[in-house]
Write a protein that binds this ligand. Structure first.
Ligand SMILES: *Cc1c(COP(=O)(O)O)cnc(C)c1O
Ligand SMILES: [Zn+2]
Length: 399
């Protein structure tokens, strides 16, 4: 029997991620007023079967609307994001002796990356909360997604990105009518410029984890993984971590599903792997104890733009996920990203962003070291399509 699926949000609070203090979920919030750290949305998670909560007719991330923070459907700003396929990679798996290798292809999202999820959510809330426009520092994909969703919502968008970002990212923002500022440096330098531009606070700053809504959009990946795998989870999940919203969000979804009673009996949560670029790996440095104060860390540009985040605000939350899941961090070289792109392209017909290629090369490294085992199920998160990265990768399809 089909149970009707109300999408009424069960949002009930925003929690400070450091001290737990509760803040109103019904007013515009940024970071926590108490500690200045990310706020995390809380819901009424009283157990109910998935069929009574999920809107099965909606083939987008909004099928989980009851577990998202949008209060009124009329404010939803959507381009059909989410509910991306999980593809088995049989040829690649067999080549490396793996029993079950899976890839969730976030490159199939509107605007070509999983940033669509977070920004669909954040722009919808911006509309609901009545702000005039949004601003973001970005390595590329977040800016493109913000520009697209703001255009669709009729809101102003300001995008601040490094000058060295491949042209396709800038160009797409222009076509959506966004204001684009180019800055010499990395995303951390763009963030400083955003603070200047938005000193008066007229715009909603949708920087990673400086508002609680992008995280909620990203968490839908966790719900989808469980639903698509029949309420079971892989043994190991590999994610390319820049600011870390995907890693933190997916883990949050797993915890929420435990509370909701949705996971198959005996299901263990995956070991979560954060994959970084050797050129910019602050999380690895902290994880290995070399860099207790991340403010001094200097990253270099990388082919994987999305991983060039020298000072992630969510570092403590990422480390918590790694600790709770028995996970680890791996950093991948630029050459290895290209090798991973070639292998995924030639073996499976996938043109993945360098971030996604890094994830595959990290899996190979963990298999070689014995940290991951051939009989385990590995799920790779490919966060974007390679199309917009051509400035950096064109001509390098052969060694
Ligand atoms: C932004 C981005 C990442 C990193 O995402 P975070 O949520 O910042 O960890 C990874 N891959 C791609 C393609 C991205 O655009
Ligand atoms: Zn606090």
């Amino acid at each position: 029997m089909l149970v009707s699926a109300p999408s009424v949000s069960r949002l009930n609070a925003l929690h400070c991620s450091a001290c737990g203090t509760i803040h109103s979920a019904f007013a515009l919030q940024r970071v926590s007023a108490c500690c200045g750290v990310p706020l995390v949305a809380g819901y009424d998670l009283a157990p109910r079967p998935p069929g009574a909560v999920i809107n099965a007719a909606d083939a987008s991330m909004w099928r989980y609307g009851a577990l998202l923070p949008l209060l009124d459907e009329k404010n939803k700003v959507t381009l059909g994001e989410g509910f991306t396929p999980i593809l088995p990679l049989p040829r690649l798996g067999a080549r490396h002796g793996l029993a079950s290798l899976l890839l969730k292809d976030e490159g199939q999202n509107p605007t070509g990356s999983f940033k669509a999820r977070g920004l669909s959510m954040a722009v919808s809330k911006a509309l609901e909360l009545g702000v005039a426009g949004c601003i973001v520092p970005t390595a590329g994909n977040a800016g493109v997604a913000l520009a697209a969703y703001c255009a669709r919502a009729g809101l102003a968008a300001t995008v601040v990105m490094p000058r060295h970002t491949p042209a396709a990212f800038k160009e797409e923002c222009y076509w959506y009518g966004a204001d684009v500022e180019l800055v010499d440096g990395l995303i951390s330098d763009c963030a400083a410029r955003v603070r200047q531009l938005n000193a008066a606070g007229a715009l909603l700053d949708v920087s990673t984890l400086k508002e609680p809504y992008r995280l909620e959009g990203k968490k839908t990946m966790g719900y989808e993984i469980a639903e698509q795998l029949g309420w079971q989870l892989p043994d190991v999940l590999l994610y390319p971590a820049g600011g870390g919203t995907g890693l933190i969000g997916i883990w949050k979804a797993f915890r929420e599903m435990q509370a909701l009673g949705w996971l198959a009996p005996g299901t263990r949560l995956p070991r979560m792997v954060a994959v970084q670029a050797e050129n910019c790996c602050p999380l690895l440095e902290t994880y290995e104890g070399r860099q207790p104060n991340c403010q001094h860390y200097r990253g270099r540009p990388t082919l994987a733009n999305g991983l060039a985040v020298p000072h992630p605000l969510g570092e403590a939350l990422m480390l918590r996920v790694l600790r709770e899941s028995n996970g680890t961090v791996v950093a991948v070289s630029e050459e290895d990203m290209l090798a991973g792109m070639r292998e995924l392209g030639q073996q499976e017909g996938l043109f993945v962003a360098p971030e996604g290629a890094a994830v595959w090369m990290a899996a190979r490294r963990l298999l070689a070291s014995g940290w991951a085992r051939p009989h385990e199920q590995l799920l790779l998160l490919n966060t974007g399509s390679a199309q917009k990265y051509l400035d950096n990768v064109a001509g390098r399809s052969q060694r």
